[in-house]
Design a protein around this ligand. Structure first.
Ligand SMILES: Cc1cc2nc3c(=O)[nH]c(=O)nc-3n(C[C@H](O)[C@H](O)[C@H](O)COP(=O)(O)OP(=O)(O)OC[C@H]3O[C@@H](n4cnc5c(N)ncnc54)[C@H](O)[C@@H]3O)c2cc1C
Length: 499
């Protein structure tokens, strides 16, 4: 079995994993009363339905080295075309699932590709043998079609941020067979719907923090692992009229507890090589931002589309300030999409591994643009949508035969628009602009400052400085290549003299 069916996937998650949610302990992900958990499972499983659909199979499924079908995501990307195909898969699934598709083949698989590259770098410089372990694990994932989540584990920020208790994982004991880890990771997306967790270092480390330089893989159902779901929407009372989006999507963000979890050596991919922790974190961030930006550009399509629709339903399109807001929203969506697309197209091929990594400057610019402008964008959408976004009666009252005929004419908007369509688009705006989405937009895949630091790290400073020196008339011995061997501008001054 190399590509699971949806039923095989759901059954494979009924493996004794422990999930705490709403004050209860859930031991069967498919058979419980938790509406959000089950909504997320339906979306997660739908990815497998799509992969089996002849319309999408060639896009999503590849052949492995034995000619067996496997999900394309497991193959480390080697060309811009591979990265563009990853984008296309994510965007296709995101459009099918209204912006929040299953992610079994993304976040953790992005981490796997990052550690696969870094293990090769460590082996080359330290004569270790981590890459063999990563390759064996990758073969297992591919063969069993395993869903992977990723948790970044950091060293404490110590005295610089007093009172800030950092989440992280520590190795608590070692034996001839492996290591035992304990700790808590605060946020892990989609983990209830995955089979394995990849843990990576979250940032660069100093020598005295070497014990935090660990990368490893842990099954979600390993003894000692338990998940606590974030406070969850949808709840059982939600219906698709009040919450067209939230009644059916859920990303399963969880806090994950590791209580003396044993990890055999063959699943440990970095153990103390602190000099490689930063590279690991940066490579993962660069690959993962491409995946998440690809999804988010689809979320922006819904956000911008809802603004266009509500403007149309409310007959507002002719007003110049509405047009200006709509233009700003299109600008936001298309700049994010263009940067994300360009990050794949203008990728960097690593000489040692042959892997293609998204252009780190462009993928960070895409994430930053998306996150930084979000609140301005939802302000524009909420402004266009009007006060009903806050005051609309509940769906049950709108459907009540005693009330419906009275209020329907008031809710139907311009000629030809039904009350239900208008109510649905207003409620979509409510779902898309809820406060949790703003926090997820800013902090998911790293807070804004992380992208700013990466943008500054990747900035082509020399080119900018050569430009400034040339314009200011400051001579430079070794200018940036874009500014070397350019004609001397003082020749231009002589042009008129020669005429
Ligand atoms: C929806 C969602 C899903 C997520 N999914 C995952 C996942 O699957 N896997 C995973 O590993 N992580 C995940 N994360 C975690 C995410 O990467 C972090 O939330 C993010 O890196 C910010 O860290 P933090 O939440 O600890 O906030 P903080 O780091 O506490 O940030 C709060 C503020 O403090 C500032 N700050 C913090 N430390 C410093 C400092 N030393 N100097 C100056 N300023 C500082 C930040 O810039 C920010 O302004 C997820 C987060 C969200 C919101």
């Amino acid at each position: 079995m190399a590509v699971k069916t949806a039923a095989e996937y759901i059954n494979s998650l009924r493996d004794g994993r422990i999930i705490h949610a709403g004050g209860e302990k859930i031991t069967d992900i498919a058979n419980n009363n938790h509406a959000a958990l089950k909504a997320g499972l339906r979306m997660a499983a739908f990815e497998y339905v799509v992969a089996a659909d002849p319309r999408y199979r060639d896009l999503m499924v590849e052949k492995d080295e034995n000619g067996e079908p496997c999900h394309f995501a497991y193959n480390p990307p080697r060309t811009a075309t591979d990265l563009l195909r990853r984008r296309e898969i994510i965007q296709k699934l995101a459009r099918i699932c209204c912006g929040l598709p299953g992610a079994a083949h993304f976040t953790g698989v992005d981490a796997l590709h990052a550690i696969s590259a870094v293990s090769r770098m460590v082996d080359k410089e330290r004569s270790t043998r981590y890459a063999l372990r990563v390759d064996a694990f990758m073969r297992e994932c591919r063969h069993r079609d395993l869903g992977l989540a990723c948790g970044m584990s950091g060293a404490g920020r110590g005295q610089s941020t007093p009172g800030h208790k950092d989440f992280g994982i520590n190795v608590t004991s070692r034996s001839a067979k492996g290591v035992t880890i304990s700790g808590v990771l605060a946020h892990m997306t989609f983990v209830p719907y995955c089979h394995e967790i990849i843990i990576l270092p979250a940032h660069g480390l100093r020598e005295e923090e070497a014990q935090h330089a660990i990368a490893l893989a842990v099954p979600v159902n390993a003894p000692g692992v338990s998940l606590i779901l974030s406070h969850s929407l949808p709840d059982a009372a939600m219906n698709s009229l009040d919450h067209p989006l939230l009644s059916r999507i859920y990303s399963g963000d969880s806090m994950v507890i590791f209580d003396n979890v044993f990890v055999p050596h063959e699943r440990v991919f970095l153990d103390g090589e602190y000099e490689f922790a930063g590279r690991c974190a940066r490579l993962f961030a660069s690959i993962h931002r491409l995946s998440s930006d690809s999804r988010k550009t689809v979320e922006l399509e819904s956000l911008v589309g809802s603004a266009f629709l509500i403007a149309e339903y409310n007959s507002l399109e002719r007003f110049s300030h509405i047009q200006e807001k709509l233009a700003q929203l299109v600008y936001y969506a298309e700049v994010t999409e263009t940067l994300s697309h360009a990050a794949a197209l203008d990728c960097i091929i690593d000489n040692d591994t042959g892997y293609a990594f998204p252009n780190p400057l462009l993928s960070n610019l895409a994430k930053f643009t998306f996150a930084d402008y979000w609140h301005q964008a939802i302000k524009n959408v909420q402004d266009i949508a009007g006060g009903l976004t806050a005051t609309l009666p509940e769906g049950k009252d709108l459907e009540n035969p005693a009330v419906r005929p009275i209020i329907s004419p008031y809710l139907s908007g311009r000629e030809g628009t039904t009350a239900e369509d208008r109510v649905r688009i207003i409620n979509l705006v409510r779902d898309l602009t809820m406060p949790e989405t703003g926090a997820a937009t800013i902090h998911g895949e790293g807070s804004l400052i992380m992208q700013k630091m990466a943008i500054l790290h990747e900035a082509d400073r020399k080119r900018y400085m050569s430009a400034a020196r040339r314009a200011a008339g400051i001579s430079e011995i070794d200018p940036h290549h874009a500014y070397s061997s350019l004609p001397d501008l003082s020749q231009a001054d002589r042009l008129l003299e020669d005429i």
